[in-house]
Design a binder for this molecule. Structure first.
Ligand SMILES: Nc1ncnc2c1ncn2[C@@H]1O[C@H](COP(=O)(O)OP(=O)(O)OP(=O)(O)O)[C@@H](O)[C@H]1O
Ligand SMILES: [Mg+2]
Length: 251
């Protein structure tokens, strides 16, 4: 993917080739500007690549797909709708199917701890609650693929931990394929079957690391040797590329 801005070509992604299995949880992990959002938007069909192609279940992606749910870094809720209205935003307004969609929306809200919040406005919710509403909206049509762009980036560390647990529960229940963008090593290891470590200038997938921790993962999984080992392997990949520099260690 090459962008053109201010008369210059910006190579956001060089030759990138990857295959994701049905039901797999894959994270794209890398520093700011390495092309994570670009890659996610191309997979979502929100943006055409300069060259190359993406296919989902064998079908080429050329525009946004209904079988994909997308969660962005900020929840993007509409203040003039209540919580239920925001979850139902992409639902056909005609009566057929609406009652079933409402039941599903309420069930999803309950699953992420928002039972009873259906009538609240976005501004009456905390940031974590708003992001949960955005997650429910992405899941309303039971998409087979879930694309998430740093969905928990703006949340405090404790809320983030809870969101990771909630997401794992939703994922394990539904056999969904998830592509998850983050720059948090621990978050990527906790959630993923595989972490694609990206490098910048030009953006590319540098190394793929399988995360072989038993599921379901618990908060205590993070205290295990296997978890430390996976985090260390990823950190070392960043150090090798100069993305992380520990000058004290070198002297
Ligand atoms: N619409 C655009 N026009 C021109 N350049 C762009 C555009 N969008 C992104 N870029 C450039 O492409 C590169 C990758 O951007 P991208 O947003 O994919 O990075 P990222 O890994 O998601 O970063 P972050 O972690 O900060 O969100 C950057 O150099 C950015 O400046
Ligand atoms: Mg981004």
């Amino acid at each position: 993917m090459t962008y053109r801005a201010a008369g210059k070509d910006i190579q956001a992604l060089v030759r990138t080739s990857l295959a994701i299995r049905r039901g797999e949880f894959v994270s794209l992990l890398g520093p700011s500007g390495c092309g994570k959002t670009t890659l996610l938007r191309i997979v979502a069909g929100l943006q055409a690549p300069s060259s190359g192609r993406v296919s989902v279940a064998g079908i080429p992606v050329s525009r946004p797909q209904t079988e994909m749910g997308i969660v962005f870094q900020t929840p993007i809720l509409l203040e003039w709708f209540d919580v239920l209205g925001n979850v139902m935003l992409r639902q056909d307004p005609r009566p057929a199917g609406r009652a079933a969609a409402m039941r599903r929306a309420s069930a999803l809200l309950a699953q992420v701890g928002l039972a009873g919040c259906e009538g609240m406005r976005p501004s009456q919710l905390s940031g974590g609650m708003q992001q949960r509403v955005a997650l429910c909206r992405a899941l309303l049509h039971d998409p087979s693929v879930l694309l998430m762009d740093e969905p928990f980036g703006a949340l405090d560390a404790l809320t983030r931990d809870q969101m990771c647990l909630d997401l794992q529960k939703l994922w394990t229940g539904g056999e969904k394929t998830v592509l998850f963008v983050t720059h948090d090593i621990g978050e990527a290891v906790f959630l993923s079957d595989r972490v694609l470590v990206m490098a910048p200038s030009p953006g590319r997938v540098d190394v793929a690391i399988d995360i072989d921790l038993p599921r379901p993962r618990r908060l205590s999984s993070r205290d295990t040797e296997a978890f430390f080992h996976a985090c260390r392997t990823i950190r070392q990949a960043f150090e090798r590329r100069g993305v992380l520099r520990d000058d004290a260690a070198a002297s």
